[in-house]
Design a protein around this ligand. Structure first.
Ligand code: CO
Length: 644
């Protein structure tokens, strides 16, 4: 155990202030003890996931959530026996231990131990060494192995095995960027239980690209530019938000900040104070899955990452540095996850909370009364960054003065590379001489457990359309807004449509505004393509959620993950397509919105050797939630700004 873990364990006594607060180090240790006493942790059993089992919503809202529960995915590294266990800390016993049976149930996520052992196994394998030697790479100490989750390709594949497929990269010098030097055409398939390479796929040879990608090397980047003068962000009176434990309040907003090894940042009980009332908007918001399907049908056809369900984005969260990752008046929250043995590991400064100026909020110069007014927009930012292999992802949630909520993913890091065959290749871009980057999608799924002014909500799809010339529209200029109520789950798997400006409005079926219309919030999508793989492709079954931009389900505390609980090597059909199979009624119900978003990435030369951030996301805007602009009471930024 590390010093940090020991210190965290010593603080075990304190009970969390709120049932949705993240699990503490002491709780992880207590849960571990209970599981050990129940015989669940015999060697060599490891934790593939360990986190808080949140109480159901009705217990939290009814202040009846008195127990703390933890969920653990346990795997025996020698037999593969897999268990999904739930432990009650209050009752001090294991209250659930379900076997997970691959291949039908899928496999537990990849563990840290898997990563470490795969590297040893591959380096020791004679067949792989021979394949490297044939390529002139006799010294395998310079070769880095990259284990990639295997996917599922039916009985003809190797689906009964818990396995990864391993690609290789050359890193000749300590600071060299290995991704610049892929050894293409050869992959080692590793059985993680037998702990051996069971197949070498050696299809073709292409030269290992030679040009350095070490972006920190002056020979690659050139001298630093000397023309950037400092920008300093100061808030001499401190920020305008408060953090009491995990309760975050800023202006009219309040929310609870959570963190999970699988999902990363989670936000709970997001509400807005207006008219002297605390008005709920979202009970829980997170991005509980993302899939990166690659579009090269050849040698690497199997390359698809479910970064959240297979690798757990939360546990790879970065420790953020003030002045580097974040500027200004920052408040950080640590995150506590665990290692493979279930011991706590604190990630210091994992969550960044700060406030930003965001330009103009509203402005008007009146031509009749001469008044010239402007107000500045601000936003509260809650974020974390994670590194999953070659990519780095920032998950940012913004809350604005006017009630807008925005989720933004920042994608950066290094593109996944291959050797480029030269000429025009439809499936891969040449980004450096002889270096290719295969086309892929990044498809995120946000889970938005909506509570717009209470639990009784409904969803409308809102399209704009022009009307044809007719007796009521003689000049053909008519525009109408068409709202279609999505009343059942079968109806509510929808695609975005930019040509109609399509949005989805979540309304209360109990509360109205001063116009007698339901109060609501509108989900505004970016309308990038959904999953482009053929509907019959194995990945389409596994990432069924990504075929639609919107899903609406009736709240069920067991339905948390859009591609199902056990994503790794799962044959498909789990998650959202299964959730909606019961075709439950959504109208006036407690509903959850699921939104798929993210770009198609055909890499550009400018994405190499490290990508400038690309953004994707969505916004949720109040739509009749307020009776008028809720920011008239925002004062001018300085007395100088108040004219006439
Ligand atoms: Co990309």
């Amino acid at each position: 155990m590390t010093d940090t873990a020991v210190r965290a364990g010593a603080a075990a006594g304190a009970l969390p202030a709120h049932p949705l607060d993240p699990a503490t180090a002491g709780e992880y240790l207590a849960g571990r003890q209970i599981m050990a006493a129940a015989g669940l942790l015999a060697e060599p059993v490891r934790f593939a996931y360990y986190g808080l089992e949140e109480p159901p919503k009705d217990e939290v809202l009814g202040a009846k959530a008195t127990d703390r529960r933890l969920r653990a995915f346990l795997i025996n590294l020698d037999t593969g026996e897999s268990t999904d266990a739930v432990v009650s800390l209050g009752q001090r016993r294991v209250i659930g231990a379900r076997r997970v049976d691959p291949p039908a149930d899928g496999q537990l996520p990849i563990t840290d131990t898997d990563f470490a052992t795969v590297d040893e196994i591959v380096h020791a394998d004679p067949g792989w060494r021979a394949a490297m030697a044939r390529r002139g790479l006799a010294d395998v100490s310079v070769i880095r192995t990259c284990p990639i989750t295997a996917g599922a390709f039916g009985p003809a594949g190797d689906d009964r095995r818990r396995m990864v497929r391993v690609l290789a990269f050359v890193q000749a010098r300590e600071h060299d960027l290995a991704w610049a030097h892929p050894v293409d055409g050869v992959a080692a398939y590793v059985d993680l239980i037998e702990k051996k390479v069971f197949k070498i796929v050696d299809e073709f040879e292409l030269p290992v690209p030679a040009e350095s990608g070490d972006y920190d090397d002056p020979a690659v980047r050139g001298p630093y530019r000397g023309t950037l003068r400092p920008i300093e962000i100061t808030q001499p009176e401190g920020p305008s938000f408060t953090l009491e434990g995990n309760l975050l309040r800023w202006q009219d907003w309040s929310m609870r900040v959570g963190f999970d090894a699988r999902e990363g940042l989670t936000l709970h009980q997001i509400s807005l104070r207006s008219g002297g009332r605390e008005r709920p908007v979202i009970y829980r918001a997170s991005v509980p899955e993302m899939v990166v399907p690659y579009g090269d049908p050849r040698f690497r056809y199997w390359q698809t990452y479910f970064d959240t369900g297979e690798y757990l984005v939360g546990k790879w969260a970065n420790s953020l540095e003030l002045g580097c990752d974040c500027l200004g008046e920052i408040r950080y929250l640590d995150a506590t996850v665990t290692d493979d043995s279930g011991h706590p590991r604190v990630i210091p400064n994992a969550i960044c909370v700060h406030e930003e100026d965001f330009g103009i909020l509203w402005k008007h110069t009146d031509i009749f009364n001469g008044s010239a007014q402007s107000r500045r927009q601000r936003r509260l930012v809650v974020s974390f960054f994670t590194t999953v292999g070659n990519y780095d992802y920032g998950f940012y949630w913004y809350f604005y003065l006017d009630g807008t909520i925005e989720c933004e993913i920042k994608m950066t890091g290094v593109v996944f590379t291959a050797a480029h065959p030269g000429g025009d290749d439809p499936h891969s871009a040449e980004i450096a001489p002889g270096l290719g980057a295969p086309v892929h999608q990044h498809l995120f799924s946000a889970r938005l457990d909506m509570t717009v002014d209470g639990l009784a909500n409904a969803v409308e799809e809102v399209d704009f359309t022009g009307l044809p010339i007719g007796p009521d529209n003689p000049y053909g200029n008519a525009i109408v807004q068409r709202a279609t109520r999505l009343t059942r789950e079968s109806q509510a798997a929808r695609r975005a449509d930019a040509s109609r400006g399509r949005t989805w409005r979540v309304i209360s079926t109990e509360h109205t505004n001063r116009f007698g219309r339901p109060v609501g919030f509108t989900l505004c999508p970016e309308a990038a393509p959904p999953l482009l793989a053929d509907p019959a492709a194995p990945v389409s079954a596994r990432a069924g959620f990504a075929a639609s931009h919107l899903w609406v389900t009736r709240y069920d505390p067991a339905q948390r993950y859009p591609a199902g609980d056990f994503v790794n090597q799962h044959p498909g059909g789990a998650g959202l397509p299964a959730f909606v199979a019961g075709d439950r009624n959504l109208d006036g119900a407690d509903i959850v919105l699921w939104h798929t978003f993210g770009p198609v990435h055909f890499p550009r030369p400018e994405d190499w050797p490290v990508m400038p951030v690309t953004r994707c996301g969505f916004t949720l805007r109040p739509a009749g939630f307020f009776d008028r602009n809720p920011t008239l009471d925002v004062p001018p930024p300085s007395p100088r700004c108040r004219h006439a």
